[in-house]
Ligand binder design. Structure first.
Ligand SMILES: [Zn+2]
Length: 245
């Protein structure tokens, strides 16, 4: 099983592309990260330049397909850790919810060093998150910002219910615009999962809009085609990540 997966030519190319995607704009010690069987230092300039934001999104879709079909890539995580210890070249930043059931690396089938991962309950972006995204894209060369909401989100339910609890109160208030902007004619309560998911979806789209409006750095990168900012929804039951591009 391991050998057949390791020898899969397409997967190897995918990994090569990913590994080299960040080389030109690497953070850390350039050239020091290769050494794992999944990292290739022999990729040509031409191959590296082929990686576009759209191709990275395709890699994400392919990874999610592997995850939900029960065929994730074999990984030697310790080797990946050692190979990336002195430098990282992530291709994207994924911004999701803290929910324990929605870990981006697992559901997109990425290893260590492939993506930056930011998580806040309800995936609402404050200036610290925006700064992290700017670091990922402008300083470290990532080419995709993917906002990931998910079904049955507790933060969305809490916001709908008007939960008040310490610092959580202010956090959930940032979800409120999504509730108000959600057009839904049925029961608008946290007990109605269809409504909860509709709000979560709207919340993703508002977060994407928010990123573009509040980050001139990311907006400029996107306007020149250097990066793509996209939304997505992860379904807890099916394992499917739906890309809202
Ligand atoms: Zn959540």
């Amino acid at each position: 099983m391991q050998h057949s997966q390791l020898s899969d030519a397409r997967d190897r190319f995918d990994r090569r592309a990913f590994c080299k995607a960040g080389v030109a704009t690497a953070v850390g010690l350039a050239g020091a990260s290769f050494g794992s069987p999944f990292a290739y230092a022999d990729l040509t300039q031409e191959q590296r330049d082929k990686m576009t934001p759209d191709e990275i999104l395709q890699q994400m879709k392919a990874g999610n397909e592997r995850f939900r079909s029960g065929k994730p890539l074999h990984r030697d995580l310790m080797r990946e850790a050692q190979a990336t210890a002195k430098g990282q070249y992530p291709a994207a930043i994924v911004f999701g919810c803290v929910d324990s059931r929605a870990p981006a690396e697992l559901i997109l089938d990425f290893g260590i060093g492939y993506i930056f991962s930011g998580r806040v309950a309800g995936n609402v972006a404050d200036e610290d998150i925006l700064g992290s995204m700017e670091f990922a894209c402008k300083a470290a060369g990532s080419k995709v910002v993917l906002v990931m909401g998910h079904t049955a989100c507790g933060a969305i339910k809490g916001a709908i219910d008007g939960v008040q609890l310490g610092n959580l109160t202010a956090l959930l208030a940032k979800v409120r615009p999504a509730i108000e902007a959600t057009r839904y004619t049925g029961e608008r309560s946290a007990k109605n999962y269809e409504f909860v998911d509709a709000v979560a979806r709207k919340n993703v789209s508002l977060t994407v809009t928010n990123i573009r409006e509040r980050s001139a750095v990311l907006r400029d990168l996107e306007s020149t085609g250097s990066i793509k900012i996209a939304g997505s929804m992860y379904n807890l039951e099916t394992g499917v990540v739906e890309f809202l591009v």
